[in-house]
Design a binder for this molecule. Structure first.
Ligand SMILES: [Zn+2]
Length: 347
């Protein structure tokens, strides 16, 4: 018998149900919710850990990347073995969380968030929580969530500072109201590779985001944070900038979903802080994964873990997933990545 909704001191959720803002009714709503965690880096693993323990009914975990040794300093769901095996983050996170809470449903999605995938990823979601590493993907998430009326919680962390905001479509400001495109462009040269990131920064921002997601799930949308919160841990500063919905906002005011309706899939994306390029083939490209594995294994040493193949060629490590998506390491040059992809995978 499941203890998911059982009240009483022996229930695994007893201490949460005792919080008057949650209660038994709130716990039941959490158990009936679908939460999407988009991106499973430092923020995403913190968020997923808290939401799995809180008893979210379905946890949909999305990430395009594999676990690396440099992740372990702050990405709290992975261990050294995951990095040694180059496991996809979504698979490694689910494997870990199943040992934490086996009574909820998990969906691992190893994929890129782009105009071709975001609406499928959002289907049936109660809330999306942002663990992404770039503003292009966040702007796309913002459009899709506003279009479908799904609340989402923005979060970011870098060096010693972080920020977060909660977007409840039609109620609070959306990301576009808060940050016009010019402001987003200005933040782009900073990455966790160039300026680093402290684990406590992402743990703090991720915890705030998980709390906001719980508010959405229990129906306390009025209590959702109405501003853009900024933390500067080294200077001991916490500030909240008031945020107002802009009636003339292109996204939540005029409902122009330019990024979403573009509909094409990006061919290449540089991965934040990774010296790597992701290659996403067009939807029409059908990869024969077994044939690729057989062909490559004739000349190259292949590493396999059931989720992907990894090999080294022309001084670059490459990872290929069964759907044809690939990561090319040791370069930030998309032309070089496409050329290596064409040479070893096809296209
Ligand atoms: Zn807006």
């Amino acid at each position: 018998m499941t203890t998911a909704n059982t009240e009483g001191p022996a229930s695994r959720y007893d201490r949460q149900i005792r919080v008057k803002e949650i209660g038994a009714a709130g716990q039941a709503r959490i158990a009936a919710s679908v939460a999407v965690v988009a991106g499973l880096g430092a923020l995403g693993t913190t968020i997923a850990n808290l939401l799995a323990r809180a008893g979210v009914g379905t946890l949909r975990l999305v990430d395009r990347d594999v676990v690396e040794r440099t992740n372990l300093q702050r990405q709290c769901l992975y261990d050294e073995e995951d990095a040694a095996q180059s496991l996809p983050k979504a698979q490694a996170a689910v494997a870990h969380l199943k040992r934490v809470n086996s009574e909820i449903r998990y969906e691992a999605i190893v994929d890129d968030i782009n105009p071709g995938s975001i609406e499928r990823i959002l289907a049936g979601a109660t809330v999306l929580v942002d663990g992404l590493d770039n503003f292009h993907a966040r702007a796309l998430v913002n459009e899709a969530c506003v279009k479908h009326g799904i609340p989402w919680v923005y979060g970011a962390g870098l060096a010693t500072y972080g920020s977060t905001a909660t977007v409840v479509p039609g109620v609070t400001a959306c990301l576009r109201c808060l940050m016009p495109p010019a402001a987003l462009e200005a933040t782009l040269p900073l990455t966790c590779e160039t300026v680093g990131v402290l684990g406590p920064v992402t743990a703090l921002v991720g915890a705030w985001q998980a709390s906001e997601a719980l508010k959405v799930m229990v129906g306390a949308k009025e209590e959702a944070c109405r501003g853009l919160v900024h933390f500067e841990l080294w200077q001991n500063e916490v500030t909240t900038l008031p945020a107002r919905r802009a009636d003339d906002c292109e996204v939540c005011g005029r409902r122009h979903f330019v990024l979403l309706e573009r509909g094409d899939r990006l061919m290449t994306t540089s991965l934040c802080g990774r010296d790597a390029v992701q290659v996403v083939p067009p939807a029409s490209f059908k990869l024969d994964f077994g044939l690729l594995r057989d062909t490559l294994s004739r000349n190259l040493e292949l590493h396999e873990n059931g989720h992907l193949i990894k090999f080294r060629a022309d001084d670059h490590d490459m990872v290929v997933f069964p759907d044809g998506r690939a990561l090319v390491f040791g370069t930030a040059d998309s032309k070089q990545a496409l050329s290596l992809y064409g040479k070893y995978v096809g296209g």
